[in-house]
Design a protein around this ligand. Structure first.
Ligand code: SF4
Length: 245
């Protein structure tokens, strides 16, 4: 789809060419994309057909090709990319994922990925396992973010559109603002406060969140205020914060 709701340097004026791959490396009980990330809905494509999808998105004027949760289809996504490149695909490739990846597989992204759009969600391994079935989350997420920064050390823009770089997404979870605060401190330590941050207040309960309080509510003004105050106090000035409605 042509996605106009990503961050401004990703969606720009003409949208981001988004391909949602079925499944996800995480199993978040509150996933807003659960029909395809958890229930595995989707449509089968051959690599040749997928290459045509990439080219179609470019023809629509999309600023980039945005792979959402590509890891489990990486060989096919990549093969389709090679075919599409030969046929004239020129737009940058975005790796948009949970940030919980096998590092040796993620390393391969250095050969084709221009922009990393990665989640940083938890600062406690028990919380990550409870809500997303992820083991060793904090170590792995830190490793992946460091790797992404290593692969794309500079954030480059043209006409306000990101061409290369790293953008980290932090979704504040109800009852866990303190983990988001701790995450900001970790990011400050491992990649510095110049990294682009997208701080998100949009959480709403869906999927199995109602069985998992306190995830059965939206975040409070107090929780949001705590996180935004930390963002400011640590000097993160690059990025975006959503409005809390
Ligand atoms: S990482 Fe994102 S897409 Fe994957 S299950 Fe969690 S919320 Fe859904």
């Amino acid at each position: 789809m042509v996605h106009t709701g990503e961050e401004p340097p990703i969606s720009g004026t003409k949208g981001s060419g988004t391909v949602f791959f079925a499944h996800c490396t995480l199993q978040c009980c509150y996933c807003q994309n659960f029909p395809f990330s958890q229930e595995h809905n989707g449509k089968d494509y051959s690599v040749e057909e997928l290459a045509l999808v990439y080219l179609w998105l470019q023809q629509q004027g999309c600023h980039n090709l945005n792979w959402v949760s590509p890891t489990q289809f990486l060989p096919h996504a990549f093969e389709a990319l090679l075919i599409a490149r030969e046929k004239g695909l020129r737009i940058p490739v975005v790796w948009n994922s949970s940030g919980w990846e096998n590092p040796s597989i993620f390393q391969l992204s250095r050969y084709f990925c221009d922009i990393f759009l990665l989640d940083a969600r938890y600062s406690n391994d028990d919380t990550a396992y409870r809500y997303s079935k992820a083991t060793q989350y904090t170590t792995i997420n830190e490793t992946i973010i460091r790797l992404a920064r290593d692969i794309q050390p500079n954030d480059c823009f043209e006409d306000g559109l990101m061409q290369k770089g790293v953008l980290l997404r932090l979704l504040v979870l109800p009852g866990y603002a303190h983990e988001c605060v701790a995450l900001l401190h970790t990011l400050h330590r491992i990649v510095g406060n110049k990294v682009y941050i997208s701080l998100m207040s949009q959480y709403f309960p869906t999927w199995k969140a109602f069985e998992n309080p306190p995830l059965d509510r939206t975040i409070s003004h107090e929780e949001w205020g705590t996180v935004t105050a930390t963002l400011d106090s640590l000097g993160f000035t690059n990025g975006w914060t959503q409005e809390l409605e």
